[in-house]
Design a protein around this ligand. Structure first.
Ligand code: F6R
Length: 367
């Protein structure tokens, strides 16, 4: 059942190219110029009436939603707020009939997420569920459903479900943009073309797993580390940090790169590992200067950057891992892969139960 892999997590990491293809399949028109999501059952009139979006989820699904915010705001120009589901109801959120509430849940059974869905509907908003389980509670109760076709995910640490949620947000962002006319047709076609390259690009990252295993083994000797990035790189940093904590039990924090100097820089000391995501071209310079700040305090920096930018970035970091070049908005679908592998191999090096980390359950059905 593990198809020759040592753990379900590793198997599921390697299933991502297929999960990307399956989630995109039949939703991109044959000419690759357009996204078709009639399955949502949203009328053009309804889409035009949406004034704001709330994305509500827990854990890894919440992190996918952080990328979703960038995607929807960039492509469809609708304002988006993100909430952790266990907080949403208690902050008396302003939910109106022109709010689209998107709940994201791999299992579709997370208690807090389901409660958020019901709260949204009680206030007259419609709910769109992005979920991996057809017929789950969230899928049954939502007004609109977008299934991620990641297939069964068994490892407690979510990998292919997260990346399929990213693909779902890209599809949704493009669909809303097309319907609202917020992007040129040529730009839509460019994003689709770049999306279609992602599965092969993921494969090329997976081929370099041995390098990441080495990185993980050296990280496994440390007690603390940091992930930094800006924009969607910060969203991915948060997911990388959660994954590492969850299965290796090494403490880490994700920080917006520019925010370090407002306090956290005090924790940077000699030899501390810092994983810096540097994929957003327009932010290179800013992030590189933040990397210099941590290096000056003795940090050992692993940079994750785009192929093509190695020269610029390698001068500022101790080690560099290059990911294939894609559009800035799509980079999370690639940059998270090395972080998943680092977490996996760190957990393995520390001889933890990779697929069943202590204290955690796959599906959290209590608030
Ligand atoms: C982390 C992880 C959890 C889940 C969270 C939400 O790897 O798996 O953080 O993402 O419990 O679960 P779902 O998506 O099923 O609602």
């Amino acid at each position: 059942e593990k198809a020759g892999f040592d753990h379900f997590m590793l198997k599921e990491i390697y299933e991502q190219p297929k999960a990307y293809r399956d989630t995109m399949m039949s939703r991109i028109t044959e000419d690759s110029k357009s996204v078709e999501l009639k399955e949502l059952g949203m009328t053009v009139e309804y889409i035009k009436s949406i004034r704001k979006v709330h994305i509500v989820a827990c854990g890894t699904a919440y992190h996918a939603g952080l990328v979703g915010k960038s995607v929807i705001e960039t492509l469809a120009r609708i304002p988006v707020e993100n909430d952790v589901a266990s907080e949403y109801r208690y902050r008396s959120p302003i939910i109106t009939p022109d709010t689209l509430v998107i709940v994201v849940s791999q299992s579709g059974e997370t208690a807090d997420t389901l409660a958020a869905l019901r709260e949204a509907q009680r206030n007259g908003a419609r709910v769109l569920a992005i979920t991996n389980v057809v017929g789950s509670s969230v899928a049954r109760e939502a007004d609109h459903v977008l299934i991620t076709w990641a297939g069964l995910e068994i490892a407690v640490a979510s990998t292919k479900a997260y990346t399929s949620q990213l693909i779902a947000f890209y599809l949704l962002g493009l669909y809303l943009a097309e319907t609202l006319g917020t992007q040129e047709a040529s730009h839509i076609a460019d994003v689709i073309a770049a999306m279609q390259q992602l599965p092969e690009q993921v494969d090329s990252i997976l081929e370099q797993a041995a390098v990441l295993k080495q990185v993980a083994e050296s990280i496994s000797h440390h007690k603390h580390l940091f992930f930094i990035g800006r924009g969607v790189d910060y969203a991915v940093a948060q997911e990388g940090s959660l994954k590492l904590k969850e299965i290796s039990y090494i403490h880490s924090e994700a920080y917006a790169a520019g925010e370090l100097k407002h306090g956290t820089l005090a924790l940077i000391e000699d030899g501390i590992p810092v994983i810096a995501l540097v994929t957003q071209e327009e932010l290179y310079e800013k992030t590189l200067s933040n990397i210099k700040e941590v290096k000056a305090r003795g940090a050992h920096v692993l940079g994750i950057a785009n192929a093509g930018a190695e020269e610029e970035v390698s001068k500022s970091v101790d080690e560099l891992f290059a990911i294939p070049k894609t559009l800035p908005i799509l980079s999370p679908a690639l940059s998270v892969i090395p972080l998943q592998l680092i977490s996996y191999y760190a957990s393995l090096a520390l001889e933890h139960d990779v697929d069943k980390p202590r204290n955690l359950a796959k599906s959290v059905t209590v608030e």
